[in-house]
Design a binder for this molecule. Structure first.
Ligand code: 2AL
Length: 246
């Protein structure tokens, strides 16, 4: 198999979170993939609501365009709300995978039901909307919020990580689920440890997305350009995307 080059797009501007996810992604990829880990130059430092997602989406699309200009063949949107996913699929030539959809697909391959452990309570509705959109609502038993902001995962104290551990244990004991999904990109580095200690699959969307994207590239499959995911029509658009549309 040829060595493919992909990019991991952290949609928030936190370099620390980009680095955390890059370490996990590269560990999963081994020497089979080259991974560019990028984040937007402007935007929001963390994504915790609908406004944040809207602001982040333009930065994601700019990274898609810049990555393809550098020769990147596929993209991961590494935020658990999968912001801008369908817009990115329209714009990109290569396949695009969101970490929430990747985690949900993988969880349902190994368990009939799963729970999600995420950050702030206000992000729960975003995960709920995605469960509906992807058809996994029935398989999700519960969504737990540790009630700490996204960037607390990067503050070095370990407090947020301990709360993630506590809620994963609670989910295993109380939800009657076979798997747990970590509902934030900044939790990526916890999955291996938690899977081992809890003795059930604890799934991180970054790792899941890397392996699913690699599979699509190996299969030679990319986003269908027949229909709604075709490249955006150029109808005299102004602003940052004026010159990039066919
Ligand atoms: C996220 C995530 O994965 N990254 C971010 O900035 N916000 N979503 C979340 N529910 O915590």
């Amino acid at each position: 198999m040829p060595r493919h080059r992909i990019q991991l797009i952290n949609p928030n501007t936190s370099q620390a979170m980009t680095d955390t996810m890059a370490i996990t992604a590269r560990r999963i990829a081994g020497d089979r993939l080259d991974i560019d880990a990028v984040c937007p130059h402007q935007g929001v430092p963390s994504i915790e609501g609908h406004f944040d997602e809207a602001v982040a989406t333009l930065g994601i699309l700019q990274q898609i365009r810049a990555g393809e200009a550098r020769g990147v063949q596929g993209h991961i949107i590494a935020c658990f709300g999968d912001p801008g996913l369908l817009a990115a699929r329209e714009l990109a030539k290569g396949p695009v995978i969101g970490i929430a959809e990747a985690a949900m697909h993988v969880a349902t391959l190994v368990a009939t039901r799963f729970s999600i452990v995420t950050t702030l309570p206000r992000t729960v509705i975003i995960a709920r909307h995605l469960l509906h959109r992807y058809g996994f609502y029935e398989q999700c038993a519960a969504i737990h919020a540790i009630d700490l902001p996204v960037l607390s995962l990067e503050d070095g104290s370990g407090t947020a990580q301990q709360k993630v551990r506590d809620y994963c244990l609670k989910a295993k004991q109380e939800d009657n689920v076979g798997a747990i999904i970590l509902g934030c990109g900044g939790m990526a580095d916890l999955a291996a440890e938690l899977s081992e200690t809890l003795e059930i699959p604890v799934i991180d969307g970054v790792s899941a997305a890397v392996t699913l994207l690699e599979s699509l590239l190996n299969l030679g499959i990319t986003t269908s350009k027949w229909g709604d995911l075709d490249f955006p029509r150029n109808k005299g658009i102004s602003g940052p995307f004026a010159e990039c549309l066919a």
